[in-house]
Write a protein that binds this ligand. Structure first.
Ligand code: GUN
Length: 286
């Protein structure tokens, strides 16, 4: 039976670190770090994520300002809000919850955020910085996954990491971070031939595709470390239940270590968002 990698415990540790650093920041600069969270429309999952982010921010002493916009908001109106937040010195981090309604251009909105306030690490300049190994703001979910991998395995040098999924939010930045940590990195996706046999070669297997229970026991090398980024909601007998991209019951019999869903990567994402907000605030101080 695999070791369960406890994301709640890891995130509690990081959150308490951030809370301590926020106290120091306030003492040094006489101001409170501020995070603006923008939610467009009424997607139920996004509402839950945003509520959690705002609550956790308050808990570590970061002031959070929530902006809720109607699903019909125009590109110009949303851009105007982002411009206003960019110019507001009390706002150190800006997060626009994705996905946006179809009529809005996500790339344009993300690139309208000041790179120094882009706490998601999605701005083209932060993406370029990560790809070329320069300092910048790093996406929260991959960063959290790396922390859990390091705490589980120590040095990752030379390990073969396979990342399932090629999203801009998780798959691609995850691959960049694993490469920086000296892993041999393979990316697989929906067009990969014989995906199971590629995954079976992995010492580290990261699943980030949004397909419930896609990864089965025979995709996993015995003893491998499995990071499950998926958060898939299914209604079973009227009850809302979360499933990862990994078939936990069978894979936990084979893997050496595995993150559960819920209680794995999810809590680490939020903790890293707040760490990024503090980093952004520091970088904006004179
Ligand atoms: N939607 C799903 N994950 C994320 C995230 O990490 N940040 C934002 N802004 N939107 C998301």
């Amino acid at each position: 039976m695999a070791q369960i990698i406890d994301g709640k415990k890891a995130s509690a540790k990081l959150l308490s670190q951030v809370a301590g650093d926020v106290i120091e920041f306030k003492a040094k600069h006489g101001i409170t770090p501020g995070l603006a969270v923008v939610l467009v429309g009424d997607d139920p999952a996004s509402q839950v994520y945003v509520r959690n982010k705002v609550q956790r921010a308050e808990q570590v002493g970061i002031r959070s300002i929530e902006h809720r916009l109607d699903a019909n908001v125009s590109q110009a109106e949303l851009n105007a809000l982002v411009d206003e937040l960019n110019a507001n010195p009390d706002v150190h981090g800006i997060l626009v919850q994705l996905p946006l309604p179809g009529h809005l251009d996500e790339d344009r909105i993300v690139d309208a955020i000041a790179p120094s306030k882009d706490v998601d690490g999605f701005h083209s300049l932060n993406v370029a910085a990560l790809a070329t190994g320069k300092p910048g703001l790093v996406p929260c979910t991959p960063q959290g996954s790396m922390t859990m991998l390091s705490e589980t395995l120590g040095d990752l040098t030379g390990l073969h990491a396979v990342v399932i999924g090629r999203s801009n939010i998780v798959g691609k930045p995850m691959a960049a971070l694993l490469l920086q940590a000296n892993c041999t990195v393979t990316m697989v996706h929906s067009r990969t031939r014989d995906i199971a046999s590629v995954c079976r070669q992995a010492d580290i297997l990261v699943a980030a595709v949004g397909v419930p229970k896609l990864v089965k026991a025979d995709w996993v090398k015995p003893g491998a470390t499995v990071i499950d980024v998926g958060i898939n909601v299914e209604i079973i007998d009227g009850a809302r239940k979360l499933f990862g991209d990994v078939d936990f019951a069978s894979v936990s019999e084979v893997a050496g270590a595995i993150t559960p869903v819920p209680g794995g990567v999810g809590p680490m994402t939020i903790a890293n968002l707040l760490a990024n907000t503090l980093q952004a605030a520091e970088s904006q101080m004179p």
